[in-house]
Design a protein around this ligand. Structure first.
Ligand SMILES: Cc1cc2nc3c(=O)[nH]c(=O)nc-3n(C[C@H](O)[C@H](O)[C@H](O)COP(=O)(O)OP(=O)(O)OC[C@H]3O[C@@H](n4cnc5c(N)ncnc54)[C@H](O)[C@@H]3O)c2cc1C
Length: 523
């Protein structure tokens, strides 16, 4: 079975025929890590996601250093996990130089303070406190106000979307099943114990039932929906504080900054970060929200301007406008401040559902191992079946491709190679896709876009073109506007490969054209 969304009907028929050991609900980092762990223990596992994979909390690009001060034991664990990530997913973890700007007088909780003691010096070799003179010399366009202090820090940054997808793909390659755009709406019971889920297809509305011996609820902020549904006697809510955040993609050329910025203002509890990605700047604003307020951060023009106000309060020369924004995305987050208390917590209902809120991204692997141990124990007790212990401690997730030598054809559009790099394709895979591109009659579509499309369809289970564009926008590029011809071919491609009906095509096309127009991506 493939992660691909081609032939969904057949895919769902096959799922419904299978009796799983565990169904994991939620395709974020928590679910992906669990899938990988349980699959490597030899279980028959399915992961179900109602939307695009890694679309919610795990879609936020993350600065790892945004941690609380850690205790000695935690610090060791954190460093170990970071090293594991670097070893196994080296192309997904980067060190990035940040200029950290904060109030000279009041604020103690700066990014530097947070990472001090968290990383060994060799992990952030370029960190230093800059004098005002040095900053002015290096970044003359910043025009900082007098009351700010500046440091330059080198901070590890990960892209959780790519990591989540890498882990899903690795689990899938080992035999796990994965499906998206399927929402779990209810459970199937036997003797008051959960023995499967009811799914609703988010495209067609069709329902299906899939059986399993156990279900794990890894639905992030939505955790209470399923947790409550699964409880007969004790209708407990899982309490957690919530944060909300907004993220905007800003056109790369709109800013002439030489490095990432983290701005800690007196008005703002959490730093506002501005980080350069391949073709965009990502502006992130976080804030706690209070009872009665909407949990959703608005990414409207006025909220964007509010964020800009906070930046220009420290950096008056910062002259970006809403016109430079590609895309705004609102993410509900879970408050970091509670992670020590509930890091390894999982909540089990009287019907056997395991709900987990997840943990900070970097601990997701060990968290999955802990849950995996609980699941294996339960199965052993139930049926005397012995499962292997977790192999995730030693297993490689993905081979580093940075050492692979590519024979670069000078004639090729450099964007093609950029896509190759970002997707981590081997030479064999490049050849395979090149042959497919040559076979298909996509005459107007640039090769890099065809490559990205084909790969995404086969490996990332994208069905909705807006999801596709968002993901590519974030990771590859759509910063050169697409021509109308290219857009037409894009739809022809989806229609052919995903076997869209006429209705589906017209629905998605409308959706997509609206989105592209809004972002001024259509010429
Ligand atoms: C205690 C704690 C501490 C944290 N600390 C930090 C920190 O220090 N720094 C930091 O950066 N981050 C921190 N985080 C955030 C952490 O990185 C995120 O929580 C993590 O990315 C969440 O991933 P997830 O898979 O649990 O949730 P998500 O990525 O939100 O995934 C849940 C998925 O479930 C799907 N879903 C929901 N309902 C259904 C349904 N009915 N059917 C099918 N699918 C469904 C959603 O569409 C979504 O894709 C912390 C989180 C916690 C809980």
């Amino acid at each position: 079975m493939a992660i691909s969304n081609q032939n969904r009907e057949e895919l769902i028929r096959q799922l419904a025929k299978t009796h799983y050991d565990v169904i994991i609900v939620g395709g974020g980092i928590t679910g992906a890590r669990l899938l990988y762990d349980l699959q490597s223990r030899g279980m028959r596992v399915l992961l179900v996601e109602k939307n695009d994979f890694a679309n919610n909390q795990s879609s936020q690009f993350e600065v790892i250093a945004e941690q609380e001060q850690l205790s000695g034991k935690e610090k060791k664990r954190f460093t170990q996990e970071l090293q594991y990530l670097e070893r196994n997913l080296p192309t997904r973890t980067n060190f990035m130089t940040f200029l950290n700007i904060h109030n000279r007088y009041g604020v103690t909780d700066s990014l530097t303070d947070r990472i001090k003691g968290t990383f060994k010096p060799r992990l952030h070799p370029t960190s230093k406190v800059l004098s005002r003179k040095e900053v002015v010399a290096e970044h003359p366009h910043l025009e900082l106000t007098d009351d700010v202090k500046i440091e330059q820090v080198s901070v590890p940054v990960i892209d959780p979307v790519r990591i989540t997808l890498d882990i899903l793909k690795s689990a899938h390659e080992m035999g796990a099943d994965v499906i998206n755009y399927q929402k779990v709406t209810d459970f199937i019971y036997q003797d008051q114990m959960i023995r499967g889920v009811r799914l609703e297809d988010q495209m067609t509305g069709e329902e299906a039932v899939i059986q399993s011996r156990m279900v794990i609820n890894a639905t992030g902020r939505d955790i209470n929906e399923l947790h409550q549904l699964a409880t007969f006697t004790n209708k407990n809510f899982i309490h957690f504080l919530s944060m909300r955040s907004g993220q905007w993609m800003i056109k790369k050329e709109a800013l002439t900054l030489g490095c990432a910025l983290s701005i800690q203002g007196d008005l703002q509890m959490y730093p506002i970060t501005l980080v350069p990605m391949e073709n965009v700047w990502v502006l992130t604003v976080k804030e706690p929200f209070h009872m009665g307020e909407s949990a959703k951060y608005s990414t409207s023009e006025s909220m964007f301007n509010r964020a800009l106000d906070l930046i220009t309060h420290r950096c008056p020369a910062f002259n970006v406008t809403y016109q430079d924004v590609f895309e705004g995305k609102s993410i509900n987050q879970i408050d970091f401040s509670h992670h020590q208390k509930i890091a390894n917590d999982m909540y089990v209902t009287d019907t056997g559902l395991i709900s987990t809120l997840g943990v900070p991204f970097i601990y997701a692997r060990s968290h999955a191992e802990n849950i995996g141990d609980v699941v294996s124990k339960r199965f052993k007790k139930e049926a005397g079946i012995l499962y292997q212990t977790s192999e995730t401690k030693t297993r490689m997730i993905q081979k580093d491709i940075s050492g692979t030598k590519l024979e670069i054809n000078e004639q090729k559009d450099p964007r093609f190679w950029s896509v190759v790099d970002q997707l981590g394709l081997s030479l064999n895979e490049i050849n395979k896709y090149q042959a497919k591109i040559n076979q298909t009659a996509m005459t107007s579509m640039p090769e890099y876009l065809s490559l990205a499309l084909l790969y995404t369809l086969e490996h990332e289970g994208i069905y909705k073109p807006t999801d596709f564009l968002f993901r590519r926008l974030r990771l590859v590029m759509v910063n050169t506007p697409l021509s109308l011809e290219e857009i037409d071919e894009l739809f022809a491609f989806f229609t052919y490969h995903l076997a869209w009906t006429k209705e589906e095509r017209s629905y998605y096309e409308r959706d997509c054209r609206f989105w592209l127009k809004q972002l001024q991506v259509i010429q």
